[in-house]
Design a protein around this ligand. Structure first.
Ligand code: P53
Length: 476
């Protein structure tokens, strides 16, 4: 009984939400840089408002973020002190290929991550690397239209070749696309997509998704060729849908909503478009252009493990009157009357994690990896920067308990758990700093003011004890 002996405990971040240093080392501009904080963010990330550059009326939090570019040694030392076995981070594509379509990679960018990975290994921390976490070079968006263009597959392949060869022996766990299903919900931030007047948005989204799925299979193939030790995972923004009532119409609606997300993982894990998706695309008049060889490529290069983020479960209803009450969020969901919600309206459901893990394990029969989970909350530090974040500890303890049940009682095969935003960082959904997830407090506010000093929260020592006991001791 219990978690694996080599269970990968750790934390997760993404380049655009923590690095800053957006011009350092010859880095190019990316979609994630020009996404502002504030009221226009929603329209920009969903591709409704076109923003391809900075303007004076907006604040762009990714440019400096928490300045991890210059402070990663201090931050990794703190992760080491907590006993992390793994650290999930993403590579900023524009550090390696500033424009995206160069022949040769940028040495300064390659060197930056090489040093960072070596720093991790000093503490026995295994890097878990997301190849793209929402980022896409702006040049590729302006010149080629982003992922709608088949040429993106080749540019992504160049990126993979460069990093797999350079980091051979330093990195063995890779994720191809963060929350690949986010292309449907936040197409600009998720995949560098925007839409022209009168364009069939669904057509563009699914064609782009096909390109990403092909790129993901190519990445998997190259990773295995370069080093048979490499383990490649897909990554889903997970959280199963519950039917609002036991009316079969609601149950069916929940199944349809789940499939909209599982579609991507079905392709990456089983290697082919599922029948329900082909039927749906046909019904909606969406035609996906495939090249010869795509089907074989997808079939022959499925992922080794399934990773996912889990924050909340969701609710689906077939009744338009119930749906009208939907909460405004990237993932709109009907409110669940049985659950409490976070300050940002995300419904807190630890058992939902076990339900989701079981659903995925039943569906794919592959090892799972929880690569994001946590509570975004407002923290109030004392004068030393200490935060008594008992609410965060309670959230995490309940989710880790449910995760253990899925392993010990249901037999789910689980590789590891990395909590989201192990150090406070910029929120992807809102661009705020005040929506904090970390064990480490960062002195910075929503306007970009603050010393950027790091300090430990109460959860820091708690998580250290959780890791030391391999999840046995969850007490405060
Ligand atoms: P924030 C929405 C729903 C589920 C996952 O989100 C999401 C989002 C985007 O807001 O994204 C993941 O920062 C994502 C991270 C992100 C994290 O969830 O809005 O992979 O980049 O920060 C939490 O609270």
């Amino acid at each position: 009984m219990g978690l694996r002996k080599d269970f990968l405990w750790g934390g997760a971040t993404a380049a655009n939400q923590c690095e800053g240093g957006y011009k350092e080392g010859g880095r190019g501009l990316a979609n994630v840089d020009v996404v502002p904080a504030g009221k226009d963010r929603g329209a920009v990330i969903t591709g409704k408002m076109k923003m391809f550059d900075f303007d004076e009326d907006h604040f762009y939090p990714a440019l400096e973020a928490i300045d991890m570019y210059h402070r990663y040694k201090e931050d990794i030392a703190l992760f080491g002190e907590m006993g992390f076995k793994t650290y999930r981070l993403s590579i900023a594509w524009t550090r390696i290929f500033p424009n995206g379509d160069e022949q040769e990679p940028n040495e300064a960018g390659l060197k930056f991550y090489e040093d960072l990975f070596k720093e991790c290994h000093k503490y026995g921390i295994e890097p878990l690397v997301t190849i793209t976490h929402f980022d896409c070079p702006m040049h590729l968006i302006k010149e080629y239209g982003g992922w709608r263009n088949r040429k993106m597959v080749g540019f992504y392949e160049n990126l993979c070749n460069a990093i797999f060869t350079r980091y051979k022996g330093l990195v063995k766990y890779w994720l191809t696309f963060n929350e690949i299903n986010m292309i449907l919900h936040a197409p600009f931030m998720g995949a560098g997509l925007y839409f022209e007047e009168g364009e069939n948005e669904e057509q563009v989204k699914f064609q782009s998704a096909h390109h990403e799925l092909v790129a993901s299979a190519i990445a998997t193939r190259i990773a295995h060729e370069v080093d048979p030790e490499n383990q490649v995972g897909c990554m889903l923004a997970a959280g199963n849908y519950y039917p609002y009532t036991c009316d079969p119409k609601d149950v069916f609606k929940a199944q349809e909503e789940d499939r909209e997300n599982y579609f991507f993982i079905d392709v990456q894990s089983r290697g082919e478009y599922p029948a329900y998706a082909l039927k749906k695309l046909e019904r909606e008049g969406i035609e996906i252009q495939m090249e010869e060889g795509d089907k074989a490529l997808l079939k022959e290069n499925t992922v080794d493990f399934i990773s996912f983020s889990y924050y909340a479960s969701r609710v689906a209803s077939a009744d338009p009157a119930v749906n009208a009450k939907t909460e405004g969020n990237i993932f709109a969901s009907v409110k669940n009357p049985y659950l409490e919600a976070s300050e940002w309206g995300w419904q807190i459901d630890p058992l939902g994690l076990r339900i989701t893990m079981n659903a995925m394990h039943d569906r794919y029969q592959k090892p799972l990896f929880i690569v994001e989970n946590g509570l975004g909350a407002v923290d109030v530090p004392d004068e030393k920067g200490y935060v008594a974040d008992d609410y965060r500890i309670a959230y995490m303890a309940a989710h880790i308990e449910a995760m253990k049940d899925a392993v010990n009682l249901d037999g789910v095969d689980l590789l590891g758990y990395t909590s989201w935003g192990c150090i406070d960082l910029v929120s992807a959904g809102t661009g705020e700093m005040k929506k904090r997830y970390g064990f480490i407090y960062v002195d910075r506010d929503d306007e970009g003011k603050g010393t950027l000093n790091r300090s430990k929260k109460k959860s820091f020592d708690w998580y250290k004890k959780v890791i030391a006991s391999n999840g046995e001791d969850l007490s405060i």
